[in-house]
Design a protein. Structure first.
Length: 91
């Protein structure tokens, strides 16, 4: 795992159930505000179930991708009671 991935996963692990952060917010937290796409790529590669990647969404409220499928991401977010702006997928 790269240092970048380590930093991203550390931040994402701190997102409580029922809450979300944007890819951009995660990038800002690791002091690399322009690296929001790289944050998405790091999360795409995650296989550790203790890193709740499903809690990271786009700044515009769309759910974004998820390596276990968008339907699963929406299911998990709803189950946790998360509120996100646009429940539609990346259409």
């Amino acid at each position: 795992m790269s240092k970048f991935q380590e930093k991203v996963y550390l931040i994402v692990k701190k997102i409580p159930a029922g809450k979300t952060m944007s890819y951009q917010e995660v990038a800002q937290k690791i002091d690399q505000p322009q690296a929001f796409r790289a944050v998405g790529q790091a999360l795409k590669k995650n296989i550790n179930p203790r890193v709740p990647c499903h809690r990271v969404i786009h700044s515009n409220g769309k759910i974004g991708g998820y390596n276990r499928g968008q339907d699963r991401k929406v299911y998990l977010l709803k189950k946790e009671g998360a509120v996100f702006l646009n429940k539609k997928k990346n259409n």
